[in-house]
Design a protein around this ligand. Structure first.
Ligand code: ZN
Ligand code: ZN
Length: 223
């Protein structure tokens, strides 16, 4: 099987019907496995698990007493199910909130869907703008922080290919708030210069012909 990203795994998991807790019959939640394991130290072998977070689940209710009297510390169990299997197990939890922070809620799923849709739409628009050489529209998308990062990166690439000299100023002066995007914008500027046989005057930073010996803006001689 091809290597799958965590995201793809989650998508596949979300497409499945959620299992029910074998003890209380409540539908289980998708839970992101924490980076630090607290079970046997061997890791879970999966990025997500199904977990019963029902506080009235007998496993959980009785777990406190069971662990307290057998092992002498405060903890309980939650029932878990390994995705794509019918394997159920228990995992230790140390408080009522234990693990709750990592539940993949409907909100997370909705946000993921939103980004997916926005990315699809963004790429579609960029393809259109590329065909019609509408570099200004592409520039606006690149500067729009609400666009998904993937779309903005693609926009930077396209600006390098179709951008006019006029695109250089905004590309240079805008802080994209992110190293990768700032670098992509820099590369776009370099590509625009190359296509137009221009460069930046080292003294006044105005755009001049690549082969100019004297800057037409500041009059300085350029080596
Ligand atoms: Zn349960
Ligand atoms: Zn100059």
């Amino acid at each position: 099987m091809a290597i799958e990203t965590k995201e793809q795994f989650l998508e596949r998991m979300m497409a499945e019907e959620r299992p029910r807790c074998p003890v209380c019959n409540q539908e289980m939640e998708i839970w992101e496995v924490p980076p630090i394991t607290f079970s046997d130290g061997l890791g879970w072998g999966t990025p997500y698990l199904f977990v019963c977070f029902n506080n009235d689940c007998p496993t959980y209710v009785q777990g406190w007493e069971h662990i307290e009297s057998n092992y002498g510390y405060r903890a309980s169990y939650r029932n878990v199910c390994y995705p794509f299997t019918n394997k159920f197990e228990t995992m230790p939890v140390f408080s009522e909130q234990g693990g709750l922070g990592q539940i993949v809620t409907g909100e997370t799923i909705a946000e993921q869907e939103r980004v997916k849709e926005a990315t699809k739409r963004g790429f579609y628009l960029l393809a259109e703008y590329y065909t019609t050489k509408s570099w200004y529209e592409v520039l606006l998308m690149l500067m729009d922080a609400a666009e998904p990062a993937k779309v903005r990166l693609k926009a930077a690439e396209i600006i390098g290919d179709i951008g006019d000299i006029e695109a250089i100023e905004p590309l240079k002066n805008h802080n994209f708030g992110n190293e990768i995007l700032n670098k992509a914008a820099e590369e776009a500027v370099a590509k625009i210069h190359e296509r137009n046989f221009t460069r930046e005057c080292p003294f006044c930073a105005e755009i001049i012909k690549k082969r100019a010996r004297v800057c037409k803006h500041c009059g300085k001689e350029i080596g």
